[in-house]
Ligand binder design. Structure first.
Ligand code: HEM
Length: 318
């Protein structure tokens, strides 16, 4: 039986990975990004959309219970939910209502979990297929960190780690598209846009434009040595006033996890594994990422090559 763990950052509650809120929340995350949830919104028994609504109702019940407990105990663990519950409008002093609190809590969970975990999976996959880059990265990490987890200050002194993370999110962005709704009539690329038209923007295609990136399908962290790309060229977190609110946090989190894991472990792809992309609101791997984990023995050549599946259409792999 897994032991409950503290999760002070988000909701400040004890989380047991086996029961209640966690499986529910994970189901909500996977249903919320399912194409059928977006494109077939029929609340009939058994449909994906109906299961999504059931998961939303169940997780909202759970969140209400947590909020109720916080109110009666006056509990404030310094977590995000407590902060939201205590936040007051600067102008009129009003507080968020229950619907707003539920909406914020769910969005933070959905937006913050799937994206970062996919970015991590893509980066581990890319490193496993680029042994020299992985070797150089492990050297950099060990030289600076000497086996310890990095401080925020030390993370700034790891240029290759920075380039690897940037390049991974360029070639395989965890969010491949986003959208905007036109507030007024306009013209874009010779196309007339009517007010209220929804326009889909492809982060993936921007990141793979040969006009911007030489050999766009190549995983080449060194390209960031010479060049910083602008927001219209590189935008894994989108741009403008509605860009990802968690961009800095996510980058920090991904670097911290990679720096800690790679000093201790080597991740080896299972030879001949088939890995396909699954694109919905985010891009993920199906059926996951089949890897073996070894203590960091620097055998970086092992498990290189032989990957099958349509991921090969997006990135050059040995
Ligand atoms: C690698 C990880 C992540 C990627 C690639 C990513 C990407 C994105 C993108 C592309 C958007 C759409 C922005 C737009 O429409 O302009 C977005 C929105 C958002 N993200 Fe992230 N995200 C990541 C991690 C996170 C994390 C960790 C959090 C929470 C701590 C988060 C919270 C949000 C929220 C709340 C929004 C909605 C912002 C709004 O509509 O104003 N994201 N993200």
């Amino acid at each position: 039986m897994p032991s409950p763990e503290r999760n002070p950052v988000w909701f400040g509650i004890n989380i047991d990975p086996g029961v209640g809120g966690v499986p529910l929340a994970l189901e909500l995350v996977s249903l919320s990004i399912h194409p059928l949830t977006f494109f077939l919104q029929l609340d009939w028994p058994g449909t994906t959309y109906s299961r999504f609504l059931d998961a939303v109702a169940a997780i909202e019940d759970e969140m209400r219970r947590i909020m109720y407990e916080k109110r009666i105990t006056g509990g404030d663990g310094g977590d995000v939910l407590s902060m939201l519950m205590q936040a007051r409008d600067e102008d009129d002093g009003s507080m968020l209502g229950e619907r707003d609190l539920l909406g914020h809590a769910e969005l933070l969970f959905i937006a913050g979990h799937e994206t970062s975990s996919n970015a991590l999976a893509f980066t581990l996959l890319l490193l496993s297929q680029h042994p020299q880059i992985c070797a150089d990265l492990v050297d950099e990490l060990r030289a600076t960190l000497k086996g310890a987890a990095p401080s925020v200050e030390q993370l700034r002194q790891l240029p290759l780690l920075d380039r690897v993370v940037k390049e991974s999110m360029r070639v395989l962005p965890p969010v491949v598209w986003n959208s905007r709704i036109a507030v007024a009539e306009d013209e874009l690329g010779g196309q007339r846009i009517l007010p209220a038209t929804e326009i889909l923007l492809s982060i993936y295609h921007t990141h793979h434009m040969a006009e911007i990136y030489e050999h766009p399908e190549r995983f080449d962290p060194a390209r960031w040595e010479q060049h910083e790309y602008g927001i219209f060229e590189y935008n894994p977190f989108s741009g403008g006033p509605r860009m990802c609110i968690g961009a800095s946090f996510a980058t920090l989190e991904i670097k911290l996890v990679l720096a800690t894991l790679l000093q201790r472990y080597r991740f080896e792809l299972i030879p001949g594994a088939t890995v396909n992309r699954f694109v919905a609101a985010t891009m993920s791997l199906r059926p996951g990422l089949p890897m073996r984990v070894f203590p960091q023995d620097r055998q970086f050549q092992r498990g290189v090559g032989g990957l099958r599946g349509n991921l090969r259409e997006m990135v050059e792999l040995p």
